[in-house]
Ligand binder design. Structure first.
Ligand code: GLN
Length: 491
C-alpha cells in the first residue's frame, strides 16, 4: 500500500476526491507518523488528534453526500502556534500564554477549515517568532530531520520540520524577517512569504505588525501555491489587507513546472553574492543559476546598494513594534499571572508575570525597542531606520524596472548545530541577512530547495514585486522541475 505520508498535497486530495482513500485514513496515517517520530523531531507543541479526526470525518461525509470538494480537501496541515485556533491551545512558543485557548479562529485558520483541510496541531516556534532556530521556544527546540543535532531554522522551525519529517504535507508559517523562508531553506522544503497584506493578520499574534506575513510551507512549489491560494486574499477584518484580487499563483506554479523560462529576466543581487555566505551555499546557488539559464531565463547582476543596511534597520523597527505589541501581556488579560496573592500592587504582579513569562530574547527585543522609541532617541534610531526602509524599497523598485524577479541564496549558511549560535545574538540575526530586505519592502519571497552542501539542504530565494507573487512561483516551479525535490535520510 502507498505510504500516504509520502504523497504531495495534490496527490492526497486526488485520492480523497476519487474515493481511493478517505480523509480519515490520511489523517490516521499522519497521526501515526507523528507518534513515531515526534520524540526525535519535536515539531509540534500540541497535536489535536480528536479535532483532526472530526475534521476528516466531516470531509468524508461531504464527499459521501456528493458534494464537490475543493483542491485541498482532506489534506492534513500543521499550523504554526502563532495563529489563534478556537478552543485549541495557542502559546506562541511562550510561557506567558501557556494554557491559553483562544475564543476565536484566525482568518487563515477559518479559511483552512473552509477548504476542507485537516488541522493536525500547532507547531513549535521561537518565542513570539523572534529567532532563527526554534531554540528560543520556551518548550525546547525542534530538530532538523536531515540531522537531528541541527536546527530546523526559525522562527517557524516546527512547521518546516513537520513537513520535512513527513508528519504533514502542508504547514502554515509566518514571516517577519525570514521565518518561513529560512526554515524552508535549511530543511529542504518550500516556504513562501506572500506580499505583505496578501494574507490576513487577523488572529496572528503580533510581533512586528508592519512586517508580519503568514504564508505557506510545503514539499513542492505547486502544493505551496495551492495553500497560498486557499489562505490568501482580502480580509475586511485586517486593516492592512489588500482589497484586490490576488494573482493566480497556482496557474503560475503550473506554468513554471513546464520548465520554460524564456523571456524571463532575473537579477542576482550583487551585494548578496560573496557577502558572508558559505562557499558550499554559493556553489549550490551558482549551479542553480546555470540551471535557470538552461531553462531560458536571462540572468543579469543588479545592484541594491542599501540592502546592506537592512539587518540593522530591521533590528530597530521590529523590536520597536514588538515593544509596543507585547505591552498587552500584563498578567491581567491573557495567560500567565504570577504573584497575585492579594498583597501585591498591580505593577508588582505585572512585573513578576513578565519576568517569569518572557524568555531572554523577547526581553532583549522589548528593551531594545523601548530604547529606540524613547523620546530622546526616537529620531536617531527609529526615525533613521524608517528612512533606511524607504531607501531599500527604492532599491527594489529600481531593480524591478530592470528585471522580473531577483534571486539570491535564501540564507548564508546551512542548518547549524543546536547551541552553535545562541551565545551571540548577532550570529543568530545573520541567518536572515538575505531575507529581511523583502520584509522591509513588503514584496513576496519564496525559498525553493536548490541543492546540497555537505549533505545539508540549500535554498534559493526568488523575490518579486508587491502583488506579483505569481512570478516567484513560476520561477521556483521551473527551478524545481530542473533540480527536483530533496528527501532527508529516513528517520
Ligand atoms: N529571525 C528573525 C527575527 O528573529 C525573523 C523572525 C521572523 O521572521 N518571525 O526577528
Amino acid at each position: 500500500m502507498t505510504d500516504l505520508t509520502k504523497l504531495t498535497a495534490v496527490e492526497i486530495a486526488g485520492l480523497v476526491a476519487g474515493g481511493e482513500t478517505s480523509a480519515v485514513e490520511v489523517t490516521r496515517a499522519h497521526l501515526d507518523r507523528i507518534a513515531a517520530v515526534e520524540g526525535r523531531v519535536h515539531a509540534f507543541l500540541h497535536v489535536d488528534t480528536e479535532g483532526a479526526l472530526a475534521a476528516a470525518r466531516a470531509v468524508d461525509e461531504r464527499r459521501a453526500a456528493g458534494e464537490e470538494l475543493g483542491p485541498l480537501a482532506g489534506v492534513p496541515v500543521a499550523v504554526k502556534d502563532v495563529l489563534t485556533t478556537k478552543g485549541v491551545p495557542t502559546t506562541v512558543g511562550s510561557k506567558i500564554l501557556e494554557g491559553w485557548r483562544p475564543p476565536y479562529d484566525a482568518t487563515i485558520v477559518q479559511r483552512l477549515r473552509a477548504a476542507g483541510t485537516v488541522m493536525l496541531g500547532k507547531t513549535n516556534m521561537d518565542e513570539f517568532a523572534m529567532g532563527s532556530s526554534t531554540e528560543y521556544s520556551a518548550y525546547g527546540p525542534s530538530h532538523n530531520p536531515w540531522d537531528l543535532d541541527r536546527i530546523p531554522g526559525g522562527s517557524g522551525g516546527g512547521s518546516a520540520a513537520a513537513i520535512a519529517a513527513y508528519e504533514a504535507p502542508l504547514a502554515i508559517g509566518s514571516d517577519t524577517g525570514g521565518s518561513i523562508r529560512q526554515p524552508g531553506a535549511v530543511t529542504g522544503t518550500v516556504g513562501a512569504k506572500p506580499t505583505y497584506g496578501g494574507t490576513s493578520r487577523y488572529g496572528l499574534v503580533a510581533f512586528s505588525s508592519s512586517l508580519d506575513t503568514p504564508g505557506p510551507c510545503a514539499r513542492t512549489v505547486l502544493d505551496a501555491a495551492l495553500l497560498h491560494a486557499a489562505i490568501g486574499g482580502h480580509d475586511p477584518r485586517d486593516s492592512t489587507s489588500i482589497p484586490q484580487p490576488m494573482p493566480d499563483v497556482v496557474a503560475a506554479a503550473r506554468l513554471g513546472a513546464t520548465g520554460d523560462l524564456t523571456g524571463v529576466k532575473l537579477g542576482i543581487v550583487s551585494e548578496f553574492v560573496g557577502e558572508g555566505a558559505e562557499p558550499g551555499v554559493m556553489a549550490a546557488f551558482h549551479e542553480s543559476v546555470d540551471a535557470l539559464t538552461k531553462l531560458g531565463a536571462e540572468i543579469v547582476e543588479v545592484s541594491c546598494p542599501h540592502f546592506k543596511y537592512a539587518l540593522p534597520a530591521y533590528y530597530l523597527i521590529a523590536p520597536s513594534e514588538c515593544s509596543s505589541n507585547l505591552a498587552r501581556y500584563d498578567g491581567v488579560r491573557f495567560g500567565l499571572r504570577v504573584g497575585d496573592d492579594g498583597n501585591r500592587s498591580l505593577e508588582e504582579v505585572m512585573s513578576l508575570t513578565r519576568e517569569a513569562g518572557f524568555g531572554p530574547e523577547v526581553k532583549r527585543r522589548i528593551m531594545l525597542g523601548t530604547y529606540a522609541l524613547s523620546s530622546g532617541y526616537y529620531d536617531a534610531y527609529y526615525g533613521q531606520a524608517q528612512k533606511v526602509r524607504t531607501l531599500i524599497t527604492r532599491d527594489f523598485t529600481a531593480a524591478f524596472e530592470q528585471v522580473d524577479a531577483l534571486i539570491s541564496p535564501t540564507t548564508p549558511f546551512v542548518a547549524f548545530p543546536i547551541g552553535a549560535r545562541t551565545a551571540d545574538p548577532y550570529q543568530m540575526y545573520l541567518a536572515d541577512l538575505f531575507t529581511i530586505p523583502t520584509n522591509l519592502y513588503g514584496g513576496p519571497g519564496i525559498s525553493v530547495p536548490c541543492g546540497l552542501s555537505e549533505g545539508l539542504p540549500v535554498g534559493l530565494q526568488v523575490m518579486a514585486p508587491t502583488m506579483a507573487d505569481d512570478r516567484m512561483y513560476r520561477v521556483a516551479a521551473a527551478l524545481e522541475s530542473a533540480v527536483g525535490t530533496f528527501t532527508p535520510p529516513a528517520l
